[in-house]
Unconditional design. Structure first.
Length: 755
């Protein structure tokens, strides 16, 4: 009656749960649960067969009803276990923040409400309807009608019973008139004359005396009951209607037999079959009344039974609805979960995720769109990778070009924010401008004042000219020295962005080389043209003095001597100047550069100035001491620098010249000696007046001097000699006063020199 609702939900739940294994939301049952699912499905199939058979057979239904209820209860418990298990998995997925778990929960609640509310309403209505129907079935009018029908049946049987009683009394009189030995014959004759079915003569104890019947195999009649026996002893007849089961009904009459010959009281039992039509009607009425009485007696139990059955059906329906709600909710949310997984993969940069589209609904369209999007993203990334590699290759090429350029290159945007700077720019400007990418050019002077002049020139030239390109040659102070730069500016659009490009080069050395070449040529010509007549002039003046002195008086001879001495002195000065010109114009002889112990050369030169009223000190702070050069020319450099330092501070009371020597890595900006250094740095520091800025900018050019008797060739010669030795020389002023001349020479490996 009830279990046909228990199978289909159970099997459907199990099937959808097995499909949930592939959905990836964490609601998939394990293997044992799937096995239990199929077991429930098989049990449900068997129950459907049993119920189909029992529905047509009330006796079979009554016999197996309890077993069916128990099996249904087991299925309910199994479904409840599945539902609890699915809810547990869903809660675990929510705690683990599995995408789609919240949506699955909401959809499951929605489906459950949609399924539960109608079920509860139907359950309540059904219980009320069954209760009302059962109560209406036991109405008093129906009971009276059944009683009336039963009474009508009894009334219909009273007439045959009276007739049978009359016949029995006739037979009793006939039997009583005969001797007991003749009772059998008299009984048979009376039966045949009256037409009854059977007749039997019994003692009061129920013993059979004689019997006469239409059938030979008729059984002995039953003895009258105690109540009937008391009535018979009172000489009152007894008539009853007996049921023969499937054989139908019969009428029986018991009458006392009082013998006239002194025999004891005997009882005559006479039977007569009830007519078929009357018998059937009576049986129906009696059966209906009996069933009605039984149902009326079990009315409350019947209500409880139906209520329990409906409750079981409700539980089966609700649990099935909850189970199917979980499965359907997960099935609906599963495509979204797969799309979410694909979205996370796309967010992580994996565009290879392609989701399987099932069906042709909106979710399938969305999945196809997602797959198309990921494919387009993958293609775009591949193309972007190709473009990026091409750009990187181009940038690498440009970087290599910029890195190997001797000219400095700076690229600014339209707001003059530095975007690109090559290494040559840092070398020329003696500042790490390549680390200023992203800074405004106007902010350079705030952190590094030495760049203010360069930044101002660049900004001013771009702002003051509207031309696309401009070019300037400008002298700028860099690192305390005047450097001549040639700058070229250009306005360009790079990658749809306005850019200002500055290309500049330090042409100081080029200009200096041009000037040196020109001065060397002048010096060579002067030395050649002037030196030749100087000796004859001096000899002629001395000869005139020797010839004329004896002929003149003392005053005139003295005047002649002074004039001659002046000529000789000026000729000597001119010879010295010519010698300086020759030295300036001289080029080093091939093979003249040898390994020189610079420390020994410096100490030897210092010894020559020990008698000067100046405190001389030497601080040698490195193990490097060997350089490649020409000792005579390097000695001249040291003499010139020491003489200048001594002359600069000799008029001061605490005159001091300090010489500091240390090693330095040519790739380092500055720093103390370290292993593997390749440059020897010599600093000449005095406490004199220092260099005037106007003089320092052109101190290495010929004929630039602050001495009253200087020729202006000393520092020019020093610079030329140092350049010939691949060294560098710089002029600075000390913050505490005085000048600092820094000499930098490449060194030789001490071990190789010793070998």
């Amino acid at each position: 009656m009830v279990t046909h609702f228990g199978l289909v939900p159970g099997s459907g739940h199990a099937m959808t749960t097995s499909r949930a294994t592939d959905l990836g939301l964490g609601l998939s049952p394990p293997r044992w649960a799937r096995i239990a699912r199929w077991a429930l499905a098989l049990a449900g199939a068997v129950l459907i067969t049993v119920l189909a058979t029992a529905s047509a057979n009330s006796e079979l239904l009554t016999r197996y009803y309890t077993a069916l209820l128990v099996i249904n209860a087991v299925i309910v418990v199994g479904l409840a276990g599945f539902v609890v298990f699915q809810i547990t998995l869903l809660l675990r997925a929510r705690r683990s923040a599995v995408f789609g778990a919240k949506l699955t929960t909401r959809m499951m609640m929605f489906f459950a409400v949609v399924a539960v509310l109608p079920g509860v309403v139907v359950y309540a209505v059904s219980v009320q309807f069954l209760s009302s129907s059962i109560e209406s079935f036991f109405d008093t009018r129906i009971e009276k009608a059944l009683d009336a029908g039963l009474q009508l049946g009894k009334t219909a049987l009273n007439q045959p019973l009276k007739e049978l009683t009359r016949k029995a009394e006739q037979m009793s009189a006939a039997v009583a008139a005969n001797e007991p030995s003749e009772a059998r014959v008299a009984l048979s004759a009376s039966r045949e004359s009256t037409g009854v079915s059977s007749a039997a003569l019994l003692t009061t104890s129920g013993a059979l005396i004689a019997v006469a019947s239409e059938r030979r195999d008729s059984a002995a009649p039953p003895a009258p009951s105690a109540m009937e026996l008391r009535q018979l002893r009172s000489l009152q007849p007894v008539a009853v209607v007996e049921s023969l089961g499937e054989a139908g009904m019969q009428l029986r009459a018991f009458v006392p037999v009082v013998s006239t010959v002194g025999a004891p009281l005997r009882i005559l039992s006479v039977t007569q079959a009830v007519p078929t039509a009357l018998r059937e009607q009576a049986e129906r009425v009696e059966g209906g009344v009996r069933d009605y009485q039984e149902l009326s007696f079990q009315r409350n139990a019947l209500k409880r039974l139906f209520a329990f059955t409906l409750t079981l059906l409700l539980l089966l329906a609700l649990l099935t609805a909850l189970s199917l709600a979980a499965v359907f909710s997960e099935r609906l949310a599963a495509p979204l979960a797969r799309l979410a997984e694909g979205t996370r993969a796309v967010a992580a940069g994996d565009f290879s995720k392609q989701q399987a589209a099932r069906g042709n609904d909106e979710l399938a369209v969305l999945t196809h769109s997602f797959n198309a999007m990921t494919q387009q993203l993958a293609d775009a990334r591949e193309q972007d990778g190709k473009n990026r590699r091409a750009i990187e290759t181009s940038n690498l090429y440009l970087e290599n070009v910029l890195r190997n350029l001797n000219a400095g290159v700076l690229v600014f945007n339209d707001r003059f924010v530095l975007r690109v700077a090559n290494a040559a720019a840092a070398v020329i400007l003696q500042s790490r401008v390549d680390e200023r990418v992203g800074e405004l050019i106007s902010d350079w002077a705030k952190t590094e004042p030495s760049l203010s002049q360069f930044a101002d020139i660049v900004a001013r030239n771009f702002s003051q000219t509207s031309d696309t390109d401009w070019q300037r040659e400008q002298e700028i102070m860099i690192g305390g020295n005047a450097r001549t730069l040639i700058l070229r500016g250009s306005r360009r659009v790079v990658a749809d962005v306005a850019a200002h490009i500055v290309v500049f080069d330090d042409i100081t050395e080029v200009l200096q080389a041009q000037r040196d070449t020109a001065w060397a040529e002048v010096a060579r010509r002067l030395a050649h043209e002037i030196k030749n007549p100087l000796t004859p002039i001096q000899l002629s003046a001395e000869r005139l003095e020797m010839k004329l002195t004896p002929r003149l008086d003392e005053a005139e001879a003295l005047m002649l001597k002074k004039g001659t001495q002046t000529i000789v002195n000026q000729v000597t000065a001119m010879k010295n100047m010519v010698n300086d010109f020759a030295i300036y114009a001289r080029r080093p002889r091939p093979g003249s550069l040898l390994a020189i112990d610079f420390e020994a050369l410096l100490r030897e030169t210092l010894d020559l100035y020990s008698s000067y009223p100046v405190a001389l000190s030497l601080h040698w702070n490195t193990e490097l001491r060997w350089v490649r050069g020409e000792s005579t020319r390097l000695r001249q450099v040291l003499h010139n620098l020491l003489q200048n330092a001594v002359d600069a501070c000799s008029d001061r009371p605490n005159a001091e010249v300090k010489i500091e020597v240390f090693g330095r890595d040519p790739n380092a900006v500055q720093g103390p000696d370290a292993a593997g250094t390749q440059e020897l740095v010599v600093r000449f520091c005095d406490n004199g007046a220092g260099f005037d800025d106007s003089v320092r900018a052109k101190a290495f050019e010929p004929y630039v001097t602050t001495k009253s008797k200087g020729t202006g060739l000393g520092l020019a010669i020093v610079k030329k000699i140092i350049d010939e030795h691949k060294g560098r020389i710089t002029l600075d002023n000390s913050s505490s006063g005085g000048a600092i001349v820094t000499l930098i020479l490449p060194t030789l490996d001490n071990e190789k020199v010793s070998d």
